[in-house]
Write a protein that binds this ligand. Structure first.
Ligand SMILES: NC(=O)c1ccc[n+]([C@@H]2O[C@H](COP(=O)([O-])OP(=O)(O)OC[C@H]3O[C@@H](n4cnc5c(N)ncnc54)[C@H](OP(=O)(O)O)[C@@H]3O)[C@@H](O)[C@H]2O)c1
Length: 349
């Protein structure tokens, strides 16, 4: 039986994504399962990896991209007791999702409740879990607190807004003019960061609050010098969480600027008394999963429960076959998608 997968043989632009056909099915080894992939999430982190600039994955080449997947366990390898064959699972695989089949270790697989749409469910492992853990594990925000989401129209950004609505938080989100509706549909206040200094706008929007102008928490994946702008939006006692270096990923700033941004986060985190009790932290979903595997599984289960109950609603803007992977990456690189494009590996055959 033949099957297909996207492969990257050298780092570069969207043109390095190649659709490859195989003639034999991959077999799971000890402690592994073969998953028939029903949905693969796409997003900026895949582009980051494709460019060869992602710090946590540098190969080896060739490899199959795709940070997250949802699929059915088709065959279990020796030593596997759970999950069982036929179960629907999700995986934050970092690479390997853009494929009809994936061989995966069982350690971090999470079983899905019955009846979920795989395309919506695949928005959970990276975008929603990242936002959820920053909102609930890193910051401990009471209902009514105000947050600032930088890049609010993106996959993680819209997950923040959706979860903020669910958790009873007020959200302000920065975005481009054309994405204002994508931010406002969650009841958030949109700030077009191209139209002027967003720090002034955020401080004006929050003037007159008890405790001083500014937000209680800000979330920023732009990185580098941008962290200082987000930090300037905090109210006294507020917290900035940095979780990306997007300008470095696209070559807008160098490694030095990204490193300086991280150093600033460390300084603000270590000496909050110097900054009006404002503080800061770095977040990485993969580092946190390794440090707190039980929280990872518990939080994934919570989010899948919220999805099943209709309490959250991920924005899937397109469902496309594997053969569209290059076009999808061109769209991701152009920016401002306003949601997630999901690849359906068995569609369009
Ligand atoms: N640390 C972690 O655990 C973790 C986990 C997941 C993702 N990430 C990182 O999070 C970032 C976002 O990922 P994603 O999948 O949500 O990407 P995405 O869907 O491409 O969204 C990114 C958004 O950023 C906005 N943007 C671009 N430049 C901006 C700027 N200078 N100021 C403000 N907004 C800007 C764009 O919106 P407009 O076009 O509307 O401006 C775009 O929609 C990536 O850097 C990714 O690597 C980190």
């Amino acid at each position: 039986m033949t099957w297909k997968s996207i492969r990257i043989f050298s780092f570069g632009g969207p043109e390095v994504l190649e659709l490859v056909e195989y003639s034999t099915l991959p077999e799971p080894g000890m402690g592994e399962v073969r998953i028939k992939v029903l949905a693969a999430g796409t997003g900026f982190t895949d582009s980051f990896i494709r460019r060869g600039r992602y710090p946590d994955f540098k190969g080896p080449l060739p490899f199959t991209p795709g940070y997250e997947l949802v699929g059915v366990v088709e065959k279990i390898g020796d030593g596997v007791t759970l999950p069982c064959e036929g179960e629907l699972v999700a995986d934050l695989c970092v690479v390997g999702g853009y494929s009809q089949y994936a061989i995966r270790p069982t350690r971090f697989l999470v079983k899905l409740p019955e009846g979920l749409d795989p395309a919506k469910a695949v928005c959970i492992p990276l975008a929603y879990l990242t936002a959820f853990q920053m909102l609930t594990r890193i910051c401990h925000l009471p209902k009514g607190a105000t947050i600032l989401v930088i890049g609010a129209s993106g996959s993680v950004g819209t997950a923040f807004l959706d979860l903020a609505r669910h958790l009873g938080l007020k959200a302000i989100g920065t975005c481009s003019a054309k994405n204002i509706p994508a931010v406002e549909r969650f009841g958030a206040t949109a700030v077009n960061y191209h139209a002027g200094d967003f720090v002034t706008t955020v401080r004006t929007l929050t003037a007159g609050r008890n405790g001083g102008a500014g937000v209680d928490a800000a979330f920023d994946a732009i990185g580098g010098s941008h962290f200082a702008q987000s930090f300037a939006c905090l109210a006294p006692g507020g917290m900035l969480v940095g979780y990306g270096s997007q300008t470095m990923a696209v070559g807008g700033e160098g490694m030095l600027s990204a490193a300086l941004g991280l150093a600033r986060l460390k300084l603000w985190g270590a000496m909050p008394w110097l900054f009006g009790a404002r503080h800061a932290a770095w977040f990485s979903i993969t580092e946190r999963r390794l440090a707190y595997p039980d929280q990872f599984k518990a939080d994934m289960a919570t989010l899948f429960g919220l999805l099943r109950d209709g309490a959250i609603d991920p924005v899937v803007i397109d469902r496309l076959p594997l053969s569209a992977a290059r076009d999808v990456h061109m769209r991701i690189d152009a920016g401002g998608l306003g949601g997630k494009i999901v690849l359906l590996p068995w569609a369009g055959l």
